[in-house]
Design a protein around this ligand. Structure first.
Ligand code: SF4
Length: 448
C-alpha cells in the first residue's frame, strides 16, 4: 500500500487543510506514516506569514532532494501559503518538486498521488478513481483523532492589511455553505468530537457572500452557533480569528446567549496607536477596538480576550509603541501573541514602506510586550485559584489528565476517565501558563 506523510507549518487553518488532504489520500488507498523516511509521497504544507516558517520549509525541501538524489523513490509536493497563483519562480528554484498546490486546492496533489499509486500498485483493482476523490473533496471530512477539532468556515481574506501576505496567497473571502459545515460538525460529533473551533482569517465575515436563507436573513456566525447548538454530542464551540470591524453586536450577543459557545475572543489589535493602525490599513481606531471589548465585557464579564500585536512595523515610533503598551495594560488581555515585523515579499508594506526599525529595537519591544503578557496571564490564572472550573479532558495518560477551561486555560489534574469527558476541577495551584487541580474537594491552595 502506498504511504504518505504531511508536514504542517503555520496556523490552525493549515492543520485543518492537512487533515482534509489526508482524508482524500486515504480514500485513494494511501496510508499515513509518522516518519517521512517511510513515505512514498511527502507533502509540505507551508506558511508564509514569517520568514522563519519559509526557511524551515526550504531546509526540509533540501533534505528531501538529497534523499531523492541518493536514489529514494519518493514524490514531493508543496501546498499552502508559499504557493501563490504563479509558481514559475518556485519551479525554477525547486525543480525536483512534483506538485504545487495553493491552499485548499488539493487537486494537483491528488493527481500526483493517483499517478504514483497507479504506477506502484500495478493495477487499479478496487481503488477509487481520482475523479471520484477530487469531486468529493468538498464533502470529505477528516476522521478526528481526539475530542477537539477545527472546522474552517470561511477561507481567504478581503482586508489587505499592508504587512500581510494572506490575501495574496489564500485569495478573497469565500464562505462554506451552512449545511456543509453542519454536516461536518455532525460527522465529527459521531466520531467523538466534543468541541469544535470554527476557523476563518476573519471569522465574523462568515456568510456575507452567501445567498439569503429562506427567512430572508443572511447567514452569519450566529446562524452556525444556532445550528451547532442542536447537534447532540457537541458540548463546546469556539471561533477564531476575529476582526473588530466584522464583530457585530448580533454575534457578540449570540456568544453571550448560546450555552455551548465559549466566552473566548481572539481579536488581534496589532497596535495601540491610531497612526500605526492607519499605516497598517487595519480599518479601525483604538477607540473602536476598545468599544468592542466594552461590549463583550458588558455581557460577559469573565470572557477571555486574546490578541495579536506586531512590533517594529515600518515607521513605528517610540510614542506609538508606548501607546500599544498602554492599551495592553488598560485591557488586560488573557494572552498576547507578539511578533516582530518582517517584510513579506509582495505585500504593500514590502514594496512601499521602509523596514526602518532596527532589529535591536524590535527585540526590546518584543520583550516589553512579553513582560506585560506574562503579568496579565498570571493575574487571570490567579482568578481561578481555589475555584471550580469546567474542563474538557483532552489528554489522559497514567492517571493524569489535561484539558482547557471555557476560557482556554490549561489545567492538569489527576484523572482516570476518558478523553472528551467534561469535568469539574477544583484549581489548587497556578502559574502564568497553566493550572493544577483535583477532582476531589479538599485541597491546599498555592501560587507558584
Ligand atoms: S485581516 Fe489583515 S492581518 Fe488578518 S489575514 Fe486579513 S489581511 Fe492578514
Amino acid at each position: 500500500m502506498a504511504t504518505f506523510h504531511i508536514w504542517t507549518l503555520g496556523c490552525q487553518m493549515n492543520q485543518a487543510d492537512s487533515l482534509k488532504l489526508a482524508a482524500g489520500l486515504e480514500k485513494m488507498g494511501y496510508r499515513a506514516v509518522e516518519d517521512d523516511a517511510d513515505a512514498d509521497l511527502v507533502v509540505i504544507n507551508t506558511c508564509s506569514v514569517r520568514q522563519h516558517a519559509e526557511d524551515r520549509a526550504y531546509s526540509r525541501l533540501g533534505m528531501l532532494n538529497k534523499r531523492r538524489r541518493k536514489g529514494a523513490m519518493l514524490s514531493i509536493a508543496v501546498m499552502g501559503c508559499m504557493v501563490g497563483p504563479k509558481t514559475d519562480d518556485l519551479e525554477r528554484r525547486f525543480p525536483f518538486v512534483d506538485a504545487w498546490a495553493r491552499p485548499q486546492q488539493f487537486d494537483p496533489i491528488l493527481e500526483l498521488a493517483s499517478d504514483s499509486r497507479d504506477t506502484s500498485e500495478g493495477e487499479l483493482g478496487n481503488l477509487i478513481p481520482l475523479e471520484a476523490v477530487t469531486r468529493g473533496m468538498t464533502r470529505t471530512y477528516a476522521i478526528p483523532s481526539g475530542p477537539t477539532a477545527y472546522v474552517p468556515v470561511i477561507h481567504g481574506c478581503d482586508k489587505f492589511c499592508t504587512y500581510c501576505i494572506v490575501p495574496l496567497r489564500r485569495g478573497r473571502e469565500a464562505s462554506r455553505d451552512v449545511e456543509d459545515i453542519l454536516d461536518e460538525v455532525r460527522f465529527l460529533a459521531e466520531h467523538g468530537v466534543r468541541e469544535v473551533t470554527l476557523l476563518g482569517q476573519t471569522v465574523e465575515a462568515y456568510g456575507h457572500d452567501l445567498p439569503d436563507l429562506p427567512d430572508g436573513s443572511r447567514p452569519d456566525l450566529a446562524t452556525l452557533f444556532e445550528g451547532i447548538d442542536a447537534i447532540e454530542g457537541i458540548q463546546r464551540v469556539r471561533f477564531l480569528t476575529s476582526y473588530p470591524k466584522d464583530m457585530t453586536d448580533r454575534i457578540v450577543e449570540s456568544v453571550a446567549s448560546q450555552p455551548k459557545v465559549c466566552e473566548y475572543f481572539n481579536i488581534p489589535v496589532q497596535s495601540g496607536s491610531d497612526s500605526m493602525l492607519d499605516r497598517m490599513r487595519r480599518g479601525y481606531t483604538v477607540a473602536e477596538f476598545e468599544e468592542r471589548v466594552t461590549k463583550i465585557r458588558s455581557l460577559m464579564p469573565d470572557a477571555a480576550i486574546v490578541t495579536d500585536v506586531i512590533v517594529g512595523c515600518p515607521g513605528e515610533t517610540e510614542a506609538e509603541f508606548q501607546d500599544t503598551l498602554d492599551l495592553l495594560e488598560r485591557i488586560g488581555f488573557d494572552t498576547v501573541h507578539v511578533a516582530a515585523y518582517s517584510p513579506r515579499p509582495g505585500t504593500f508594506a514590502s514594496r512601499k514602506m521602509e523596514d526602518d526599525v532596527p532589529q535591536e529595537v524590535k527585540k526590546a519591544r518584543l520583550q516589553a510586550v512579553e513582560a506585560v503578557h506574562k503579568a496579565s496571564s498570571e493575574r487571570i490564572n490567579r482568578d481561578i485559584l481555589g475555584r471550580t472550573v469546567e474542563v474538557l479532558v483532552e489528554q489522559v495518560e497514567d492517571g493524569r489528565a489535561s484539558g482547557r477551561t471555557r476560557r482556554g486555560q490549561i489545567v492538569h489534574f489527576t484523572y482516570t476517565g476518558a478523553r472528551g469527558d467534561l469535568v469539574e476541577v477544583m484549581v489548587s495551584q497556578v502559574t502564568p501558563w497553566s493550572a493544577q487541580g483535583h477532582i476531589a474537594d479538599e485541597l491546599t491552595l498555592s501560587v507558584v
